[in-house]
Design a protein around this ligand. Structure first.
Ligand code: ADP
Ligand code: MG
Length: 699
């Protein structure tokens, strides 16, 4: 796994040393990023099932999670009206009996279920025709008395791990248990004792075990905080050292507002800038006019018009004889900016170039123009950070959808090119204090207002049962010449299903419901090139309906798309729903969003959907998101557009972040080079994690 190599022993011991892990399982584990024993120990559950252990059947209710030992009463194989086989198993607790059902099963089940014998069952209680039942429960026939089986059977809180095809929860639980059986005493500490004492943290060795085997949610959360702290602490040491380094040499370019190109652009705009846009342009210009290097985050909800603000800043650099560049995460976004800028600046003597990856006609000439300075406005993908791409006099860089780039990539552009002013574009609304702590020395500008021509996207919640009705509504839009998105969720448990879902929907739409229209499918398994091409056909209007997993490109503007249908909307987080909905309603016309919900769904999921129906305000939605993600969802790790931490949640763990930041700053103030004895553990771990990164960003 690509990360720290602290705790060298366990981190260098391949996971195959754990009992129960052979070559085949090691390969599967590698897919989860688990290569060493430490990786396995740090593979934390994504949630915990709380279940009642050994309940009385008479007290059970629909929806209960249960784990129990029962007696087998009878076994019966039936055929349904459609000729499918069903296996029914009657079990009882001595007083009351219920039925377990399997619609898919191995023949072997028939032999192993012997009336009179005991069986261990675990699953969710459901009801059918008023009768309680367990459908496809986990089970163990009682003859197996392996210690670890007993161990899990008696647990009330059961960890649920991220999986990959071929690896079951049961197997994963067992081997993780085995790993701690043999190696727990080898886990080493990575925080200094003062810090542990100060915050009353659980020792790493114990905290790891609590994450897997804990039976008390409060204690699990307590343990998790320590892992969040670790991550923040070392990241903050990095920033603390970076700030110290930077304060010694922070001279950037001074740009003078000559009001030539920028005034010209203002005249040409087909719309009036919003007052929020005007304000942030002033903020950016003020920075650029000072001699300190600008490092500014430009936040604004999807569609708030960050691009045009960026273009003003770029033109300010141009006016002063510098080049300006914007880097976008995908070709299609880069092309969008390119076309956009060309149109707006048509007829002005500004040379604009677009640099993409790979080899294509004209690239060499464009690169040469960048190098000799004749290309002034440069738009590009990651290709901009390739070694052989050089600038003559780069004064300004914008990073679009900045969360799509790593710290190193962002720094790389700046490092190679003197001290350009930097603008980071982001649609994620995070509090200023958080932004600073996460990104280091960063100013924040916020566009908190949408252009006035925007109509609120009309949002409906529909049950999956009325899906065909929704399709009718969508078709009305298609008939008016509009386009529609259909998005299916990514299902963690098995990435295969994810594809299947989108594929199934695609089949249904293209072969049945929307036979008359051109429907295309897009998913994460496609190459970037194919995805780009698919997206482009949709953007150009060649495709009417785009069915996709969540890979649809953030930031791509398809003003003609007026419908967004989100399948299994109950499975998405608020931030993601908001991002997805932001794909439509970018033209002046009324747009629609259908949130298709499937049962069963939690109350929180329902609440999320109704918030989506009530508001289009990204900041409000972000706040609600925070409120809703109570303890029940603390382990959810939704893409938030913020840097990825393995353990920490940037939104929920802000208090920990603050602690870690204070501690880190204090430590670096007292011991800038981290050479004191008492800080040895910090030095070792810090270097292991961040040595390379530090070299990259301190330049
Ligand atoms: P984002 O902030 O999500 O990157 P964009 O910069 O792509 O948003 O802008 C979204 C759309 O809004 C673009 O089509 C752009 O031309 C348009 N736009 C930007 N500012 C305004 C404005 N002040 N009035 C009207 N339309 C605007
Ligand atoms: Mg954008």
């Amino acid at each position: 796994m690509n990360r720290s190599n602290y705790n060298t022993d366990l981190n260098n011991t391949p996971v195959q040393f754990v009992k129960g892990v052979g070559e085949a399982r090691a390969r599967l584990l590698a897919k989860l990023g688990v290569e060493s024993i430490l990786d396995l120990m740090e593979l934390f559950p994504r949630l915990y099932i709380s279940r009642t252990v050994n309940p009385r059947f008479a007290q059970m209710q629909e929806g209960d999670m249960v784990a129990m030992t029962a007696n087998i009463s009878w076994i019966d194989e039936q055929y349904t009206a459609r000729g499918k086989k069903v296996l029914n198993l009657g079990v009882n607790d001595g007083d009351v009996g219920i039925v377990c059902k399997w619609f898919k099963y191995h023949r072997g089940y028939l032999q192993s279920f012997i009336p009179g014998n005991k069986i261990w069952l675990s699953g969710m209680v459901s009801a059918y025709n008023g009768q309680l039942q367990l459908v496809h429960p986990d089970f163990e026939v009682f003859e197996d008395d392996e210690e670890d089986l007993d161990f899990w059977q008696e647990r009330k809180l059961l960890p649920v791990y991220p999986l990959t095809t071929g690896l079951s929860q049961k197997v994963l639980r067992r081997i993780i248990y085995n790993a701690f059986q043999s190696y727990a005493d080898k886990v080493s500490e990575n925080l200094p004792q003062v810090v542990i004492d100060k915050h009353d943290f659980t020792l790493r060795r114990n905290a790891l075990q609590i994450m897997h085997f804990g039976q008390d949610e409060a204690r699990i959360n307590q343990a998790r905080r320590r892992f969040a702290y670790e991550e923040f602490f070392y990241a903050q040491i990095l920033w603390a050292r970076h700030l110290r380094y930077k304060s010694d040499k922070s001279l950037g370019n001074i740009f003078e507002n000559k009001k030539k190109l920028t005034t010209e652009l203002k005249k040409r705009l087909p719309y009036e800038l919003t007052s929020a846009q005007k304000r942030v342009i002033r903020e950016i210009f003020t920075d650029m006019a000072s001699k300190k290097q600008m490092s500014r985050l430009l936040q604004g909800d999807v569609g708030s018009g960050k691009t045009i603000v960026t273009l003003f800043a770029m033109l300010l650099a141009l006016e002063n004889g510098f080049q300006a560049a914007i880097m976008a995460p995908t070709e299609i976004l880069a092309e969008q900016h390119y076309q956009n800028f060309q149109k707006l600046l048509e007829g002005l003597a500004i040379k604009i170039v677009l640099i993409k990856g790979g080899n294509y006609k004209g690239k060499a000439a464009d690169k040469a123009a960048m190098k000799d300075g004749s290309a002034q406005l440069i738009i590009g993908t990651h290709a901009l950070i390739q070694k052989d791409v050089e600038f003559a006099r780069l004064g300004f860089i914008a990073i679009d959808e900045q969360h799509r780039f790593g710290v190193e990539q962002r720094a790389e552009l700046s490092r190679k090119n003197g001290i350009p002013d930097m603008l980071y574009l982001s649609a994620t609304p995070i509090p200023r204090s958080l932004a600073i702590t996460v990104y280091g020395d960063l100013q924040v500008s916020r566009i908190d207002e949408l252009p006035p021509n925007r109509k609120k996207v009309l949002t409906y919640i529909r049950s999956s049962k009325s899906f065909d009705q929704v399709l009718g509504d969508v078709e009305k839009q298609l008939k008016q010449g509009r386009q529609a998105y259909f998005v299916c969720p990514l299902i963690e448990e098995s990435d295969k299903i994810d594809l299947l879902d989108a594929e199934r929907l695609f089949k249904y739409l293209s072969e049945k419901a929307f036979k008359k229209w051109k429907v295309e499918l897009m998913h994460g398994r496609m190459t970037n090139q194919i995805k780009d091409e698919t997206m482009r056909r949709f953007k150009d209007g060649e495709t009417h309906v785009l069915v996709s997993t969540t890979v649809i490109e953030v930031g791509v503007d398809v003003p003609n798309a007026s419908v967004m249908v989100i399948e299994h909307a109950e499975r998405f987080g608020l931030a993601q729903l908001h991002q997805l909905r932001g794909r439509v309603g970018r033209g002046g016309d009324q747009a629609y969003c259908y949130l298709i919900e499937h049962y069963p769904r939690s109350n929180i999921a329902r609440e999320r959907l109704s918030i989506m129906r009530q508001t289009n305000d990204g900041f409000l939605i972000a706040e609600k998101d925070l409120e809703l993600r109570g303890p029940g969802e603390i382990f959810g790790r939704e893409q938030s557009g913020l840097p990825q931490f393995r353990f920490a949640n940037l939104v929920l763990d802000q208090d920990i972040l603050t602690l870690a930041r204070e501690d880190a700053i204090l430590l670096i103030d007292n011991d800038p080079q981290i050479i004191q004895d008492k800080n040895k553990i910090v030095k070792d771990n810090y270097l292991a994690i961040y040595k390379q990164k530090e070299e990259l960003i301190n330049y």
